[in-house]
Design a protein around this ligand. Sequence first.
Ligand code: THU
Length: 125
Amino acid sequence: METINWEALRAAAVEAAAKAYCPYSKLQVGSAAVCDDGRLVVGCNVENGSYGVTLCAECTMAGQLRLTGGGRFVAVACRSGQGELLMPCGRCRQLLYELGGPDCLVDTPRGIIPMREVLPDAFEL
Ligand code: THU
């Protein structure tokens, strides 16, 4: 597996955050992932007036993974539009776990760690 360019991945997440539709929270969220074939996919949050319907950045990125060729996430970074590190919410950790697996690397305040540590004892069918 190629070396991950984490600075480029973080920058891609910030760039994606600028595309967010977030009139309610005003929090722009972007996510970026390197896939197992080396391509980059990104996502941004898309809110809704029925708040619970809101799509997190990781959700739209999951759609991009599938729409642009499938495969698996191998490295993920999430950032606000201001460049702050944001952690995926609980639901999105489950989403990343399913599409990246336990070895998928995530940029966290504790450093770069695998999904198995971001979501211990994950639900798996
Ligand atoms: N949000 C994400 O995009 N990803 C997460 O993992 C957590 C939360 C978004 C949803 C909403 O638009 C905003 O952040 C505030 O909750």
